[in-house]
Design a protein around this ligand. Structure first.
Ligand code: NAD
Length: 357
C-alpha cells in the first residue's frame, strides 16, 4: 500500500518557486499552498502548480492540510517565520542560511524541539554525489591527517542583482542578508568546508567592498584553523568580472582531491593507495574533467535536472514518516553561520577570532 502524501506549503516565491516545482513533482508530496506578498509571483506559481494562494502567512498556517512549510524568504526573516510555523505545529524546511543571527537560530531550534516538529535546512551541495564521495573518503581516514582545505568562489554579480523596486533590496544588507559574498553566495562553500574538515577552532579574515553599492562586503578572504590541525582558506566574491568559478582543494598525508571550476567536476583525485589510478579513472569518468566535445557523466541531481531541492524535500518526508531527524538538522545548519559570524567579526576587528563563539 502506498504511503499517505505529505502536504507542503512554500513561502517566498523567488527561490521558493523552485521549491514549489520540486515539491509538485515529488512523489509522496502534495503542494497544498504557496504564499507571497507579491500578487504576480503568487499568481504565477500558484496557478502553475495548482496550489492554494495566500498573501497572509498566518492564514496559510491555519490550513490543516499544510504539514510542512518550506521557507524561502529573505534570510533575516527565516527564524522568525520558522518559529511561527513550528508554533502552528508545522514541520519546517528553511533555505540557506538558516538565519543570519545565531541567537535567532538558537530560538528557532528550541521552538521546533518544543513543538515536536522536524526542522530541516537547505544545503543542496551536501547532497551532491561527488561531495558525498569526498566526505566518505575523508571520514574513512583514507586521506590520513588532513593538512589543507582551500575553497574559492570567484563570482560576478551585476549591481542589479542587489535589488530593484520590487525585489532583492534586502541583498547585500547586514540585517537581512547577514553579509555579502560570504553570507549569501559563499555560505554553501563555507558549509562544505566545515562539513568536510570538521569544526574550526579559529579564524582570521579580511573583507572589503570593491564593485558594488551595497552595505556589506563583496569580497572576503579568511584563514581557518581546524580542530584536527588542518589549515584552510576561503575566498568569496561577487566582484570577479566576468566570473572565475568555484573550486575546492583538499589534501592530506595520503592524497589530494581538487574539484574543477565547473561545479561537481573533478580535476585531481590522487591517493597513495590507488597507485595505478583505477579509482581516479572511475571518478574522472563520472565527474570530468570536461574536455571539449566529451560528454561528462554527472549524476548530481542539480546537473541532471532542475530539481535541486527535491532530495531535501524527499528527506523531510522520510524524516516525518520514520520519525527521525532530517539529514541536515537545524544544529548542523547553524555551524556555517557560526563560522561566518566569526569571520565577519575578525574582518571588523582585525583580530583572530576563536570558536565556538
Ligand atoms: N539554495 C540556493 O542555492 C539558493 C539560491 C537562491 C536563494 N536562496 C535563498 O532563498 C531565500 C530567498 O532568496 P530570493 O533570491 O528568492 O529572494 P527574493 O527577494 O527574490 O524573494 C523573496 C520573496 O519573499 C517574499 N516575501 C517577503 N516578505 C514576505 C512576507 N512577509 N510574506 C510572504 N512573502 C514575503 C517577497 O515578496 C519575495 O517574493 C534567501 O534566503 C536566499 O539565501 C537559496
Amino acid at each position: 500500500m502506498s504511503e499517505r502524501e505529505i502536504g507542503f506549503a512554500v513561502v517566498g516565491l523567488g527561490m521558493g518557486a523552485g521549491h514549489a516545482r520540486d515539491i509538485y513533482d515529488l512523489e509522496g508530496a502534495r503542494l497544498v499552498a504557496v504564499c507571497d506578498l507579491d500578487e504576480e509571483r503568487l499568481k504565477a506559481v500558484g496557478s502553475k502548480f495548482k496550489a492554494k494562494r495566500y498573501k497572509s502567512f498566518a492564514r496559510m498556517l491555519a490550513n490543516p492540510d499544510v504539514e510542512v512549510v518550506s521557507i524561502a524568504l529573505p534570510s533575516g526573516m527565516h527564524a522568525k517565520f520558522g518559529i511561527r510555523a513550528a508554533r502552528a505545529g508545522k514541520h519546517v524546511v528553511i533555505e540557506k542560511p538558516i538565519d543570519v543571527k545565531l541567537r535567532a537560530i538558537d530560538r528557532l531550534i528550541a521552538e521546533a524541539r518544543k513543538a515536536n516538529v522536524k526542522l530541516g535546512a537547505v544545503f543542496q551541495s551536501r547532497y551532491s554525489p561527488l561531495n558525498r564521495r569526498i566526505k566518505e573518503v575523508i571520514d574513512s581516514g583514507r586521506m590520513g591527517k588532513l593538512y589543507g582545505i582551500h575553497a574559492d568562489l570567484h563570482w560576478w554579480r551585476e549591481q542589479s542583482y542587489y535589488g530593484d523596486e520590487k525585489h532583492g533590496l534586502w541583498k547585500g544588507t547586514w540585517a537581512m542578508d547577514g553579509g555579502g559574498s560570504l553570507a549569501n553566495q559563499g555560505i554553501h562553500t563555507l558549509d562544505l568546508v566545515q562539513w568536510l574538515a570538521g569544526p574550526a577552532k579559529s579564524v582570521f579574515a579580511y573583507m572589503d567592498i570593491f564593485a558594488h553599492q551595497i552595505e556589506t562586503e563583496d569580497k572576503c578572504s579568511a584563514v581557518l584553523r581546524f580542530e584536527n590541525g588542518a589549515i584552510g582558506t576561503i575566498n568569496t566574491t561577487t566582484a570577479c568580472w566576468p566570473g572565475g568559478g568555484d573550486t575546492l582543494t583538499i589534501y592530506g598525508e595520503n592524497g589530494t582531491i581538487a574539484t574543477g571550476k565547473k561545479r561537481d567536476t573533478i580535476e585531481i583525485w590522487k591517493f597513495r593507495d590507488d597507485p595505478e589510478g583505477k579509482e581516479e579513472q572511475e571518478i574522472k569518468s563520472m565527474y570530468g574533467p570536461v574536455d571539449d566535445g566529451e560528454k561528462r557523466v554527472n549524476t548530481d541531481p542539480r546537473a541532471t535536472s532542475l530539481h535541486g531541492h527535491q532530495p531535501i524535500m524527499a528527506d523531510m518526508i522520510e524524516a516525518i514518516r520514520q520519525d527521525r531527524d532530517p539529514f541536515i538538522t537545524g544544529e548542523s545548519a547553524r555551524r556555517p553561520v557560526e563560522i561566518m559570524t566569526a569571520i565577519y567579526k575578525s574582518a571588523r576587528t582585525g583580530r583572530e577570532v576563536k570558536l565556538p563563539l
